[in-house]
Design a protein around this ligand. Structure first.
Ligand code: DGI
Length: 141
């Protein structure tokens, strides 16, 4: 087993629906540890930069509008194989296709307003954590 860190966003729909606490509890119950956490409101350039990989996709403009529509809760999570384990806990991108017991099945409203984000690999996890957190803000660094 490898201890890893991953980056999470509780997205605007879930924060607005007062689901932040329930989602954090699901993360903790899954055995992941929170190493850093804060609530922020993304600016347009921050959201565009974060999702730059999708900038040619037809849904990019809507995705950015949605991500800046309200506060989000960003965090660094740690645990054995944290990246894949958090992806499994989130469920499929489209909540309609997400497995029972996943965050997106429980709280996702649509393929866009899907409650949470989690890094998809070790390289993106590093980039995404440093996009939002300095090492001073991460417990144990
Ligand atoms: O890593 P994921 O969040 O599961 O999925 P992703 O990296 O493929 O896409 C990033 C986000 O973009 C996703 O959480 C929601 C949005 N998205 C992805 N595919 C579609 C989409 N939004 C719309 N409206 N339509 C899509 O097909």
């Amino acid at each position: 087993m490898t201890t890893e860190r991953t980056f999470s966003i509780i997205k605007p729909d879930a924060v607005a629906a007062k689901q932040t606490g329930a989602i954090i509890q699901m993360i903790l119950d899954a055995g992941l540890t929170v190493k850093a956490m804060k609530m922020i409101r993304l600016t347009r350039p921050q959201a565009e930069g974060f999702y730059a990989v999708h900038k040619e996709r037809p849904f990019f403009k809507d995705l950015v509008e949605y991500m800046i529509s309200g506060p989000v809760v960003v965090s660094c999570l740690e645990g054995d194989n944290a990246i894949i384990r958090y992806r499994e806990l989130m469920g499929a991108t489209d909540p309609a296709k997400a497995a029972e017991g996943t965050i997106r099945k429980k709280f996702g409203k649509s393929i866009e307003a899907n409650a949470c984000h989690g890094s998809d690999g070790p390289d993106t996890a590093k980039v995404e954590m440093s996009y939002f957190f300095s090492s001073l803000e991460i417990v144990g660094e």
